[in-house]
Design a protein around this ligand. Sequence first.
Ligand code: NAD
Length: 331
Amino acid sequence: MLARMKRALVFGGGGFIGSHLVKRLKGEGFWVRGVDLQMPRYAPTAADEFIIGDLRDPVVCIAALKGDFDEVYQLAADMGGAGFISSGEHDADIMHNSALINLNILRACTDAPIGRIFYSSSACVYPERNQLDPDNPNCSEDSAYPAAPDSEYGWEKLFSERLYLSYARNYGVEVRIARFHNIFGPEGSWNDGREKVPAALCRKVAMAASGGEIEIWGDGHQTRSFLYIDECLDGVLRLMRSDYTEPVNIGSDQMVTINQLARMIMDVADKTLSIRNITGPLGVRGRRSDNRLIHARLGWAPSSHLRDGLQQTYRWISTQVEDGKLDQEAA
Ligand code: NAD
């Protein structure tokens, strides 16, 4: 008898992480359905079936979950980099839209025979008080409470983590929850106001002539850690197929300042540029993934160096910039 093909559903399959995840699942032999407001913007989807739909509508969630899925991944959210989530201008929409998506999906899960569901939370759940010292941020999983995220985006993520855990407790939905720390790579937002810092800096470096200047928000001494998309997916799949049910960090523990990140990108691009630090939306002062728990429970740790991922990302973004210039010249 032929073995049944495993089936996966990716909410947010048109987004950065979702579109890469669809590719990975296809590579593993899954039949995959993607759902999103939009198709992936930078490459054709690898999904077997793609539903364009608004997950704020419960009917869309119910229809999407029909099909006996072994693995469901929830990556849809109204999100972006610091310019989007820390400016304060989108707070109501971020909270309203993302909470509605999660409320609808979980309610629909109670009537759908799914294996388990993965939820993408964020490092933004961690309290601001533990991220004031750029050299010593504390982002261990157990430090999330008493809660005091610095953004409404973080509060919604914390609410939704609790929602997923409540559905596990009361309805027996099998959930897995990761707190992502700055995932980056090719084929993500790079010039639409939702881009995150690695993509924004790659774009600025790609657009600058050697000897020129780029702008960086803040004094550039704020710290972060960045995880390349392929490694993120390794962590997601490891977590999804484990029996670990509490929220866990998926990130890199290689911490750099934003000025150092910019210099690394200049080095990859082989360009010498000066940095002008200007006022802009910032987020917390320091943040780094604490990987002790995931290493202990799942034996997972990222293995590649930040520079390697930046090389891939810079190559892709500089091609986008070049193609844009050619389009302008042709117009
Ligand atoms: P993304 O913005 O590229 O993808 C999110 C997708 O959700 C988009 O394609 C968007 O169209 C879709 N979406 C939004 N509202 C929708 C709606 N109402 N109905 C249907 N689809 C809708 O973001 P990403 O970087 O791929 O992030 C994926 C998930 O991981 C998100 O939940 C995000 O909050 C979380 N996360 C990402 C990072 C990161 O560094 N990229 C860090 C922490 C957490």
